[in-house]
Design a protein around this ligand. Structure first.
Ligand code: GTP
Ligand code: ZN
Length: 411
């Protein structure tokens, strides 16, 4: 077997890829993010592409199903819609967790690709039709009307969608959280079991491709209107909840709120604006689904039953914190899209609205989930969230919070 290549020192191996100048206006100066390992020295990041799927790639190579030197053929893969560049791309501290040029690498780094550099897109943009029973219900109830362009009479909705992988600029990430970059690097190194040595040995490498999930953005309406001050924007900012989003579990409001968000996005697009649904892979408030299911059991088995008063407390008992979503990073996607104002925002989360306002993004109207869409077993969650500071016209009293409203485990 060949000797093991370590990336612990810049001078090991051949010519390194030049460092990325984060936020530079000219893409030729900014330079591409090179996170491939085929030419092990010719890199300028810590980690590899594809987020958590980088591990499957390694597995495929170990299992001899994928050649280690496979290069993607990028013919015809360019974005189905153009996004940017927008002014926020050139303010380095505004976008710290994704590469704003990630969808345009074949275009702006064509010369380097032709010269043999192994550069991968970190964003892909395509088009599709989607169809959801909730949109059919909105049509049947007359809340939405077909326009034979965005929404058909059979409930087909035309969308553009973008898949985004995380690219972290460590100096900016540290500053966003108010921690020292050296402390951030050391903690990332230690808490991943020493997975990325360069975090501590290569302070010259400022970019990290973390092994985490990214985001998908669904656009409704004319994407070319983004970045214009006059364009009205509707938005649902959603964090993954597989149990509800896909399987219709009734313990939370996730899918109903997502569907309501899509409804207001279609409505906005039909009125000449743009609807934007952002779906972040942050299952179980980024605590993961195992933790979430442990918490469900703890909630439903506690003496006195499943009540709002104990809702966040039970999560904290298991996970140590109530939430790890770090909404501080989420506004980056809005900067990437040139959105400075959200006219209709389908979310009651004060953590989301605070993080957006902190980044200078105005929220004109916050749209709560309509009462009739709240599933029975999710009343616990709704009361707990309202009591914790979520946006709501009414706050539940202490009697309401103490009352067990959720089902027991065997009901
Ligand atoms: N750990 C844990 N996660 C949960 C629980 N219920 C929902 N989630 C997760 O929380 C996230 C959704 O957050 P919610 O609290 O429903 O709402 P929000 O996103 O904060 O606010 P809204 O925008 O108003 O919906 C998703 O990632 C869900 O998987 C729970 O009981 N425990
Ligand atoms: Zn949920």
């Amino acid at each position: 077997m060949a000797h093991i290549r370590l990336n612990t020192h810049p001078s090991q191996g051949g010519q390194p890829a030049p460092p990325v100048v984060w936020g530079a206006r000219d893409p030729a100066v900014r330079g591409p993010v090179v996170g491939t390992v085929g030419l092990s020295s010719h890199r300028n990041v810590i980690g590899v592409h594809s987020g958590s799927y980088g591990i499957y790639r390694a597995l495929a190579i170990a299992a001899k199903e994928l050649k280690a030197d496979h290069r993607p053929d990028l013919t015809n893969t360019s974005p189905a819609e153009r996004i940017g560049p927008f002014e926020a791309w050139f303010a380095p501290k505004k976008i710290v967790s994704l590469d704003p040029w990630g969808h345009l690498v074949s275009e702006v780094f064509a010369d380097k690709l032709a010269a043999g550099w192994d550069i991968r897109p970190t964003i892909a943009i395509t088009k599709a039709h989607v169809n959801m029973p909730e949109i059919m219900e909105a049509l049947a109830a007359g809340r939405l009307k077909p326009d034979n362009d965005i929404l058909s009479g059979t409930g087909d909705v035309k969308v553009t969608k973008a898949a985004i992988e995380p690219v972290w600029w460590l100096p900016g990430i540290a500053e966003r959280f108010g921690v020292k970059e050296t402390d951030l690097r050391r903690t990332l190194f230690e808490q991943t079991g020493g997975m990325y040595t360069e975090l501590v040995t290569r302070p010259d490498l400022e970019l990290f491709l973390p092994p985490i999930g990214g985001a998908t953005v669904y656009f409704f309406g004319d994407v070319s209107k983004l970045g214009k001050q006059e364009t009205r924007i509707a938005c649902r900012l959603h964090d993954e909840c597989n149990g509800s989003d896909v399987f219709g579990s009734d313990i939370c409001t996730c899918r109903p709120y997502l569907a309501h968000g899509i409804e207001i996005c279609i409505d906005m697009a039909q009125k000449g604006g743009v609807g934007v649904v952002i779906y972040n892979r942050k299952e179980g408030r980024a605590l993961g689904e195992v933790t979430k299911f442990l918490v469900y059991n703890a909630r439903k088995r506690q003496p006195g039953g499943d009540s709002a008063a104990q809702y966040f407390n039970r999560t904290e008992c298991v996970a140590g914190v109530q939430d790890m979503r770090f909404q501080e990073l989420m506004p980056d996607i809005f900067h990437w899209l040139g959105i400075g104002r959200i006219d209709r925002f389908a979310s009651m989360s004060n953590m989301k609205s605070d993080a957006l306002r902190e980044q200078g993004i105005e929220i004109v109207e916050q749209v709560p989930i309509p009462e009739h869409l709240i599933p029975a077993d999710a009343l616990v969650e709704m009361d707990a969230k309202k009591a914790a500071g979520y946006f709501s016209p009414t706050k539940p009293g202490s009697n309401e919070l103490a009352r067990a409203k959720g089902r027991g485990l065997d009901e």
